[in-house]
Design a protein around this ligand. Structure first.
Ligand code: GLV
Ligand code: MN
Ligand code: MN
Length: 417
């Protein structure tokens, strides 16, 4: 039987696989998924690899005052805005190899195609690799992109600390990065932003469709709730004399599924991080800090849930219990740019790749850029719909398909007025 293999696609696929495999070795938890926290040793290793590849592909490399990486292919027009293409390269704790890196690698391979085809665009092309999208180290999330567009200013950045009290600026300096480099970028320097990402859900796989063209991204917020009580002896303090910070937190958290359900539609509420203090088996907890991640395609639902969480906090604040709620991140639902959505669909159809429209339940750097430049996103299927876990997997052939689409789209965007 003769099997036709498109040599170009096979080459891209092999390179994608090699990048992903290499990047996945830069993890703090070998054998237990990718743990690559921002400004960690593993961040440095991945950073060095990405910068090397950017140089190899003929790009001019620079970093900004947050440690975001930019690899630029100059255009023929002087001082013209760039078409940006990329994603983030940090991970959640014990996450997968594709969430973020798939998009960075796709950007790299688009640049490689420009180089191989000896194309000099009119407008510059910039491959970007962003830091701290997940917020796994400094909280909130989308830090790199928020910094670029000025939503995180110098003062805000200087105040960021991790759970061990290490300031982001100090962690940067420790790994040899320079926080005094320029941070905010004038939106006039950006012509468009393209991002490939894994779907992180089951839809494309179930439909058997290799490409999703993203139409919109959910609105989301991240709250941090602190419950303060009174520490005491686990053996000698009667049950009715306790101000137990963990029991209170547990009662609140147990209500979230119902709260999400009563809000309805696509509303989801998650507590993914919970820290207990002093964390001793025979000590009544005097403090609990937990996150509440709330998402919906409709902003109204997100706002309603925020109010309800605050009401719960008030209703449980009694008998020596004090509860405060802080908002670490708030971002409205975002639509992708209509012209870029059309361009991506047209290009995908021209390449004969089956595709469909899709909405994103995950947050992405694209949603931050969408208020400042024209944004478009592609999704590829996630095996079993899994993400944010070591089992996360996507087919490198799908990434290669996306590279071809993004290459064609980037050619048009770097030429058009
Ligand atoms: C990022 O993965 C997010 O959706 O929180
Ligand atoms: Mn993620
Ligand atoms: Mn991601």
């Amino acid at each position: 039987m003769h099997v036709k293999i498109d040599r170009n696609l096979a080459t891209i696929q092999a390179r994608v696989e090699s990048h992903i495999d290499t990047l996945s070795t830069f993890t703090a938890t070998p054998g237990k998924g990718t743990t690559r926290l921002t400004y960690s040793h593993e961040d440095l290793q991945a950073r060095q690899y990405l910068k090397e590849k950017m140089k190899e592909y003929g790009l001019q490399v620079r970093e900004d005052g947050f440690g975001n990486i930019f690899g630029k292919l100059q255009g023929t027009l002087k001082d013209a805005p760039s078409v940006l293409i990329g994603s983030h390269f940090d991970s959640v704790p014990n996450g997968g190899s594709y969430d973020g890196p798939a998009g960075v690698v796709a950007g790299l391979e688009v640049a490689a195609l420009f180089a191989e085809n000896r194309l000099t665009p009119k407008y510059p092309l910039e491959v970007i690799a962003l830091v701290e999208e997940e917020g796994s180290r400094f909280g909130g999330g989308l830090m790199g992109s928020r910094g670029i567009v000025g939503l995180l200013d110098e003062e805000g950045f200087n105040g960021l600390k991790d759970k061990d009290g290490i300031y982001a600026v100090d962690a940067m300096k420790k790994m040899g990065l320079d926080p005094s480099l320029p941070k905010k970028r004038d939106p006039k320097t950006m012509k468009a932003y393209l991002e490939l990402h894994i779907e992180q859900g089951p839809i494309l796989e179930e439909k058997g469709i290799p490409i999703g063209v993203v139409e919109a991204i959910v609105g989301l917020t991240q709250l941090e709730v602190t419950v303060k009580g009174q520490a005491g002896h686990a053996g000698t303090t009667p049950m009715d004399r306790r101000a137990d910070a963990l029991v209170t937190a547990a009662k609140m958290i147990a209500q979230f599924p119902e709260l999400a359900g009563s809000e309805g539609e696509d509303t989801v509420v998650t507590t993914g991080r919970l820290n207990v203090f002093p964390n001793g088996a025979n000590v009544i907890p005097d403090k609990t800090v937990f996150t509440v991640d709330i998402r919906s395609g409709k902003e109204e639902h997100v706002q309603n849930v925020i109010e309800k969480v605050k009401e719960l906090a008030v209703s449980y604040s009694r008998n020596g219990i004090e509860i405060s709620v802080e908002q670490l991140l708030y971002i409205q639902p975002k639509e992708m740019n209509k012209d870029i959505v059309s361009l991506l669909k047209k290009t995908t159809n021209e390449l004969d790749i089956p595709n469909c429209s899709i909405n994103s339940g995950a947050g992405h750097d694209a949603m931050v850029f969408s208020d400042f430049t024209n944004v478009g996103m592609l999704f590829i299927p996630s095996k079993d719909g899994l993400s944010h876990c070591p089992e996360e997997w996507s087919d490198s052939r799908d990434v290669a398909n996306a590279v071809q689409i993004l290459f064609e789209a980037a050619k048009k965007l770097t030429e058009a007025e």
